[in-house]
Design a protein around this ligand. Sequence first.
Ligand code: SF4
Length: 398
Amino acid sequence: MRFYIRTFGCTANNGDSKRIEALLEARGGVSVDQWMNADTVVVNTCTVTKRTELNVIRFIKKMQEANKTLILAGCMTAVWPDTLGKKKDFLQIITPRSIDTLPQPAGIDGVIGVVNIAQGCLGDCTYCIVKGARGDLVSAKLDDITSTVRRFVDLGMRELRVTSQDCSAYGRDGGGIDLSDILKAVSSIEGDFKVRVGMMNPDTLLPILDDVILAFKADKIFKFVHIPVQSGSDRVLAMMRRGYTAREFELIVDKFRSAFDDMILSTDFIVGTPYEREEDFEASVELLKRTKPEKVNITRFSPRPGTPAAAMTDIPERVKKDRSRRLTKEYRNLLKGQDKFVGKVFDVIATQRGIRGGVITRDDAYRYILVRDGLEPGEDARVKVTESRAVYLVGEVV
Ligand code: SF4
């Protein structure tokens, strides 16, 4: 069997794809890097927004027209939208819950490893379909996590992505340890690697904040802090059932910023939820301006089947588009500050090939610096920034 895996969605899904790859290789399959050269195509799906769902369905239809044998995986297998058709159309269906039974994976580009520390979450957010797909929190055992990390380090990986739907919920399903213990355990493992910590929700992070900040001080942890806030309005956050206030998010950000002179704050905003009024949206704009995140994911709300928000009156698409455009404009204004890095020199790790050539490198704050020549994934280098682009930097080896 010659197989190709197409992954949609989050880091956790990329980690799952590596386990599916290991499964099919264990069955004697050969992985190919283009779907045209495959007889079997694995579609690892995501359904977090309507737009993503439509992209997935479009790809599946294309593969069916090309008479490919299909294996389906990911969140769609758990929520099965009508647009997906019949289960008999697929050779095999691999649900998110069954992933843990699959063989351990190899690396992404050979130097990036995804370490899933838990499945599911504690949340009950009114807009979210992932809860329906991934369910309640199930934390992985500490020994399984550290043995995965040791194996990745032995394989020569340099960047390890610790991930789950909500990393700071880790251990809240029993076991008496939390995310800070995981980060300390991973940081104490011998080897030349660095760790990127995945999403942490403010409500589960707040109770363990000081311990997590202490754990982030380890040299092995990238000073990259991803905390999805979703809205700057307490009224909207309550309607989303997020479990925190904008002030609490700001308090978390302030504590991280006072602990680390050089760090990257990454956050997420959803605009155009059914209950968002103009003043609520303005509160999101003001929060963005006050906290100055270096990386922002902005999503237009789309009603997801089976979620409480889908039963509410949706607001016009033009209003969503307008708010998304306005928040993006404010974010781009913040990014202008990146110019200050031109001429600066950073010690980096080369971690991945750029889509259009070159190699992506990461400094201690996980800044994205593209180097066109003279580097291979896995190498260390000293890089001087020569250009500042919209959302990344360009540099050369010095
Ligand atoms: S925490 Fe909320 S948004 Fe995140 S996966 Fe769980 S229900 Fe969805």
